[in-house]
Design a protein around this ligand. Structure first.
Ligand SMILES: Nc1nc2c(c(=O)[nH]1)N[C@H]1C(S)=C(S)[C@@H](COP(=O)(O)OP(=O)(O)OC[C@H]3O[C@@H](n4cnc5c(=O)[nH]c(N)nc54)[C@H](O)[C@@H]3O)O[C@H]1N2
Ligand SMILES: Nc1nc2c(c(=O)[nH]1)N[C@H]1C(S)=C(S)[C@@H](COP(=O)(O)OP(=O)(O)OC[C@H]3O[C@@H](n4cnc5c(=O)[nH]c(N)nc54)[C@H](O)[C@@H]3O)O[C@H]1N2
Ligand code: SF4
Ligand SMILES: [Mo]
Length: 675
C-alpha cells in the first residue's frame, strides 16, 4: 500500500449524498479528507462531519484489539484478549446454545453504520443464514415510507436529482436537507439562481432548511397526509390536474376525485394547523408551477401513520402530470435504480429452516425482555441500539440481562458495547474493499483499502469468515473474497438500470451511473403498471385503497408532541463520541413555543425535565416561534453523559408504524417542567 498520495474514496455514512472523497496521505497516515471535484453530483463539497473524519479514524479511543468484560454490564470495564480467544469464546458459546436452545436463540442486530453493501449485508447475512439464527427485520429507518411509496409507484423509483436544477418549485417535505442531504440544497439553490425557483419547506420545526426557504409552512406532526389530501381537493376542484396524464398513466383518479371531496380546506386546516388561505396558496402554486419537485423526507414517516402519509404525498406529482416534465416529480428514495442482486449477496438459500422467526429491530427491548423462547445471545454490528433504538430504557434493561451473551463489533466502545461480554474492533471503511450505491443520486462507487487496518481491527466480512471457519462451516459462499462477492452482487439481470456496471467498470471509472431512463412513458412495477392512486393491493393488505388521513395512536395524556430528529454535526449516534463534533454541537436543546413557555413558566435557557411513562431527559430549552404550540422538538441522538440525562430515546415509543414494521420515533408525547 502506498504511503503517500491522493486516493479516491467514498463516504460510508448513511447519508443520501454518498460523496466522492479524496484522501490525502502522508507517511502512511491520512492527513486530510476533501470532496472529489470530479464526482458528478457532490462536486468536491462535503460536510463538516466528514471533513473532520480523521479525528475519528485516528481517535485515541478507537478500539485496537478484542476485549472481554471484567466488570458489571454497562459499566465499561474490559480487558484485552487475543482474536483467537475472542472467536473461540463466541463459537464455543454458540455451539453450546445451538445444542441447548436451538440456533434461533441467537440474534444478529445490525444496521447501516457503514453503507458498504458487503459490510452491511454480505458475509454477515450468509453466516447467520447458515447458522440458522433468528432473523432481523431492519426497519428502523425508512421502511414505512418505502412501503407506502411502493404502493403508489411500484418501487423506490423517483426522478434523477441532477434534473432538479430545472425545477421552478422545490418542496422539501419533512426533510432537513441542509443537514441531511446538502447537495439537494445546492441543486435547489442553483435552480433558484437559474430559474428563479421557489423553495418551500413543510416541517414541524423551523429547522436549518426552513430558514433558507422562500416559504416555510409549519404543520402539526403526523398530519401531512391530510395536507396532501387537501391539496388534491383543490387541484381537482380548480381543474389544476393533468387529465391526459391521469387517463394514461394512473389507476383510480375518478375514485380519488370523489374521495377527496371530504378533505376541504377548512377540515384540513383543523387537522394540520395550516391556515386555510395557505392551503389554497400552496395548492395553486403547486398546480400552476412546472416543473415542480417534491423531496420527501424521513420525518413524516417516523409516525404511526407514516406509510400512508408517504403513500399519499407521492400521489401528488401524478395529479399534475409532473412526472413527465424534466425537473418535475418527486424523490422519496432512489435505491431501486442501483438495486443489486441481494439473493446472490446474502444467500438466503443457506437458511435451512424457512420458518425461522423474524424479529423487528424496533422492538429490541421487548424482544430481549419478553420474547419466548428467549434470545440468549446478541451480536451487534454497524449500529448502536443503546442510543438509537426506541424505548431506550427497555433496551438497556434487556442488555443488562446476566444470561444474555452479547458481542459488539464496532470501531468504538459505544454505549452498546459497554454491555457486551466480548467486544471486537472494526476497521473503518477506508481500510476495506466494498461497493457503495447511493439511494438518492444514481452513482455506484468502489472503495479499495487506503489505509492499513487500525491496530488489530477487522472488517465485518473478515469477522464472519473467521466465525464460519471456527464453527466448522465449510460452505463455499462463506469463504469467498470481497471481489467475488461484489461481482455476484452486481450480476442482476432483473434490474435493467444496473446494466453495464460490474467490478471492472467500477475500477476503471470511479463514478458509474445507473442507466436511468425517464419513468414516463413507461411501465411501473405496480400490479397495474401504472401509478396506483387506487390500490387493490392495499385493500388486500388491509389498508384503505385510496390515500387517507389516519390519526396518530393515542400516546397518553401528555400535553406535547415530542419530535426528536437527527442533528447537523452527528450522523445518528456516530460522532457523538468525537470531541470535535461534540464541541460543535455543544448540547441537546428543546425548542418550545413562546405561548407554551409562558403557560408553563419556562424561560429561554432553562433546564427542563422532559418526561413520560417511558423515561425522562433534562434538556435546555429554546423558547420562540420555531415550533407550533403543543409541539416540542430536539435534535441529535444524545446518550446519558457526564451524569446528564440526555438519552433522547428513553422517551420514544416502540410502537410499530402502519406499514413495513417502521419506527414511530416522532409519534410520542411528553410532559415538561422546569427542573
Ligand atoms: N447531519 C446528519 N445527516 C444525516 C443523519 C444525521 O443524523 N445527521 N442521518 C441520516 C439518516 S440515517 C437519515 S434516515 C436521514 C434523515 O434525514 P431527513 O430525511 O431529513 O429526516 P429527519 O431528519 O428524521 O426528519 C426531517 C424533518 O422532518 C420533520 N418532521 C418530523 N415529523 C414531521 C411530520 O409529521 N411532518 C413533517 N412535515 N415534518 C416532520 C423534522 O422536524 C425534521 O426537520 O438523514 C441522514 N443524514
Ligand atoms: N430519536 C430518534 N432515534 C433515531 C432516529 C431519529 O431520527 N430519532 N433515526 C433513526 C434512523 S433513521 C436510523 S437509520 C438509526 C441509525 O442508527 P445506527 O444504525 O445505530 O447508526 P449510528 O448511530 O450511526 O451507529 C452506527 C455504528 O456503526 C459503527 N460502524 C461504522 N462502520 C462500521 C463497520 O464497518 N463495521 C462495524 N462493525 N461497525 C461499524 C459506528 O462506529 C457506530 O457505532 O437511528 C434511528 N434512531
Ligand atoms: S455525510 Fe453525507 S454530506 Fe457528509 S460527506 Fe458523507 S455523504 Fe457527503
Ligand atoms: Mo436512517
Amino acid at each position: 500500500m502506498k504511503s503517500n498520495g491522493i486516493f479516491h474514496s467514498v463516504c460510508p455514512l448513511d447519508c443520501p449524498d454518498q460523496c466522492g472523497l479524496l484522501l490525502h496521505k502522508e507517511d502512511g497516515k491520512i492527513i486530510k479528507i476533501e470532496g472529489d471535484p470530479n464526482h458528478p453530483v457532490t462536486k468536491g463539497h462535503i460536510c463538516n462531519k466528514v471533513r473532520n473524519m480523521t479525528e475519528r479514524i485516528y481517535d485515541e479511543k478507537r478500539l485496537k484489539y478484542p476485549l472481554k468484560r471484567t466488570g458489571p454490564k454497562g459499566e465499561g470495564t474490559f480487558t484485552r484478549i487475543s482474536w483467537e480467544e475472542a472467536i473461540h469464546t463466541i463459537t464455543s458459546r454458540w455451539k453450546q446454545l445451538i445444542q441447548t436452545d436451538g440456533p434461533e436463540s441467537i440474534l444478529p442486530y445490525s444496521f447501516y453504520g457503514n453503507m458498504g453493501r458487503l459490510s452491511a449485508e454480505g458475509m454477515d447475512r450468509r453466516f447467520f443464514h447458515r447458522l440458522g439464527a433468528s432473523q432481523l427485520d431492519r426497519t428502523i429507518c425508512s421502511s414505512a415510507g418505502s412501503v407506502g411509496y411502493k404502493y403508489t409507484m411500484g418501487d423506490s423509483l423517483g426522478m434523477d436529482p441532477e434534473e432538479t436544477i430545472h425545477s421552478k418549485l422545490l418542496i422539501f417535505w419533512g426533510i432537513n436537507a441542509v443537514c441531511t442531504n446538502m447537495h439537494q440544497v445546492a441543486l435547489a439553490q442553483k435552480a433558484r439562481k437559474q430559474n428563479g425557483a421557489k423553495i418551500i419547506v413543510i416541517d414541524v420545526h423551523k429547522n436549518q432548511t426552513a430558514r433558507l426557504a422562500d416559504w416555510f409552512i409549519p404543520i402539526l406532526p403526523g398530519t401531512d397526509s391530510a395536507l396532501a389530501l387537501g391539496l388534491m381537493h383543490i387541484l381537482f376542484a380548480e381543474n389544476l390536474v393533468d387529465q391526459a396524464f391521469l387517463q394514461q398513466y394512473t389507476v383510480g383518479h375518478e375514485e380519488l376525485r370523489v374521495h377527496v371531496l371530504q378533505y376541504d380546506p377548512v377540515t384540513v386546516s383543523g387537522i394540520t394547523g395550516v391556515p386555510v388561505e395557505d392551503i389554497y396558496q400552496l395548492a395553486r402554486m403547486y398546480g400552476k408551477t412546472s416543473p415542480a419537485y417534491i423531496r420527501i423526507g424521513n420525518g413524516p414517516q417516523h409516525h404511526d401513520n407514516g406509510g400512508m402519509c408517504i403513500r399519499t404525498i407521492s400521489c401528488l406529482p401524478a395529479l399534475t402530470g409532473q412526472w413527465q416534465v424534466k425537473g418535475g416529480g418527486a424523490i422519496k428514495g432512489n435505491s431501486a435504480y442501483l438495486a443489486i442482486n441481494s439473493t446472490n449477496l446474502q444467500r438466503p438459500d443457506l437458511l435451512q429452516n424457512k420458518n425461522t422467526r423474524v424479529i423487528n429491530m424496533n422492538v429490541l427491548g421487548e424482544a430481549l425482555l419478553a420474547l419466548e423462547p428467549p434470545v440468549k445471545s446478541l451480536f451487534v454490528y454497524g449500529t448502536n441500539p443503546a442510543v438509537v433504538a426506541p424505548e431506550g430504557n427497555k433496551v438497556r434493561k434487556g442488555l443488562e440481562r446476566e444470561d444474555l451473551f452479547t458481542i459488539v463489533h464496532d470501531l468504538f466502545l459505544t454505549e452498546t458495547a459497554k454491555y457486551a461480554d466480548i467486544v471486537l474492533p472494526a476497521t473503518s471503511s477506508f481500510e476495506n474493499t466494498d461497493l457503495y450505491t447511493s439511494y438518492w443520486h444514481q452513482y455506484a462507487q468502489l472503495q479499495q483499502p487506503v489505509m492499513e487496518p487500525y491496530g488489530e481491527a477487522k472488517s465485518n466480512v473478515e469477522v464472519f469468515r473467521l466465525l464460519a471457519k471456527e464453527m466448522g462451516f465449510d460452505d463455499a459462499p462463506l469463504q469467498e473474497t470481497e471481489a467475488e462477492m461484489i461481482a455476484q452482487a452486481l450480476e442482476n439481470p432483473r434490474n435493467q438500470y444496473l446494466e453495464g456496471i460490474n467490478f471492472e467498470t467500477l475500477i476503471q471509472r470511479q463514478y458509474t451511473k445507473s442507466t436511468i431512463k425517464p419513468l414516463f412513458p413507461g411501465v411501473l412495477p405496480t400490479p397495474s403498471g401504472k401509478i396506483e392512486l387506487y390500490s387493490q393491493k392495499m385493500l388486500e393488505d388491509g389498508y384503505p385503497p385510496l390515500p387517507t388521513y389516519l390519526p396518530l395512536v393515542d400516546d397518553g395524556d401528555f400535553p406535547f408532541m415530542f419530535v426528536p430528529g437527527p442533528t447537523h454535526n452527528f450522523l445518528n449516534s456516530t460522532f457523538s463520541n468525537n470531541q470535535k463534533h461534540v464541541a460543535l454541537e455543544k448540547e441537546p436543546r428543546l425548542h418550545m413555543n413562546l405561548k407554551d413557555a409562558l403557560a408553563a413558566g419556562v424561560e429561554d435557557g432553562d433546564l427542563i425535565r422532559v418526561w413520560n411513562h417511558r423515561g425522562e431527559c433534562e434538556l435546555k430549552v429554546i423558547v420562540g416561534e420555531n415550533v407550533l404550540p403543543g409541539v416540542v422538538v430536539t435534535q441529535g441522538l444524545w446518550a446519558d453523559n457526564h451524569n446528564a440525562k440526555q438519552l433522547i430515546n428513553s422517551l420514544t415509543p416502540d410502537r410499530i408504524a402502519d406499514m413495513g414494521g417502521g419506527a414511530t420515533f416522532f409519534s410520542g408525547r411528553v410532559g415538561v417542567e422546569k427542573v
